[in-house]
Design a protein around this ligand. Structure first.
Ligand SMILES: C[S@@+](CC[C@H](N)C(=O)[O-])C[C@H]1O[C@@H](n2cnc3c(N)ncnc32)[C@H](O)[C@@H]1O
Length: 200
């Protein structure tokens, strides 16, 4: 069995325990994302491609998609993934295109801009492409306190846990309803910095 944290550290990915902010998300991801067998994963946020390299080494059978607002293709071997989209995670047309081309996904990881509108709009659209029982993760919720309480991603999920309602000010009524009814088993990890939800 491959060790995801060791692979992250070797690839300088900050999801591991050695580089940059040493988030240790790999200690959570390894419990949900398989190291062998086919699966389909989309990550928002490519930067230098460290995590894409990590995923492909962890599970060579994984089909991988990345997206970033910037063209990151000079930093990594783009043949690692099916496609590296240069698109904006706040643009619903861009996200709908990705959802159509990547469906059905087993996993989505939002490691993009770490801003609340970005996280909510991406979830509203990309959750459509996650298969039943698939998992959607959002990283770096320690940025939430920069926003008003009613917009904070962590508070919105805590509210969903108690009331069953997700109510983002950045989404339409229909988008909030879609999220509210299509997630289950919301859990926080890594001292509240990582949230995981399962698609109904
Ligand atoms: C933390 S880095 C990603 C790191 C990468 N996932 C890893 O672990 O190696 C965040 C990335 O999000 C991208 N980003 C920022 N705003 C974005 C947006 N609106 N849409 C898509 N990507 C965006 C940035 O260009 C940056 O490359």
């Amino acid at each position: 069995m491959r060790n995801l944290t060791e692979i992250a550290n070797r690839n300088h990915a900050d999801k591991g325990t050695e580089w940059f902010e040493k988030h240790s998300y790999t200690e959570t991801y390894c419990n949900y994302i398989p190291s062998e067998g086919p699966c389909r994963l989309l990550e928002i946020g490519i930067w230098h491609g460290d995590s894409l390299r990590m995923w492909k080494e962890y599970n060579p059978e994984m089909k991988l998609w990345g997206m970033d607002i910037n063209d990151c293709s000079s930093f990594f071997d783009t043949s690692l993934c099916e496609k590296a989209y240069v698109l904006d995670q706040t643009n619903r047309d861009h996200l709908n295109l990705i959802a159509t081309e990547t469906t059905p996904l087993d996993f989505v990881i939002d490691d993009g801009a770490h801003q609340m509108p970005h996280q909510h709009i991406s979830l509203a659209i990309l959750l459509k492409s996650v298969k039943s029982g698939g998992i959607y993760f959002i990283e770096d919720l320690h940025t939430c306190p920069l926003y008003a309480n009613e917009a904070r991603t962590d508070y919105l999920f805590q509210n969903w846990i108690t009331t069953g309602s997700f109510a983002s000010p950045f989404l339409t009524y229909e988008e909030n309803e879609f999220i509210s009814k299509n997630i289950k088993d919301v859990e926080f990890f890594n001292n509240g910095k990582l949230v995981k939800m399962v698609k109904v």
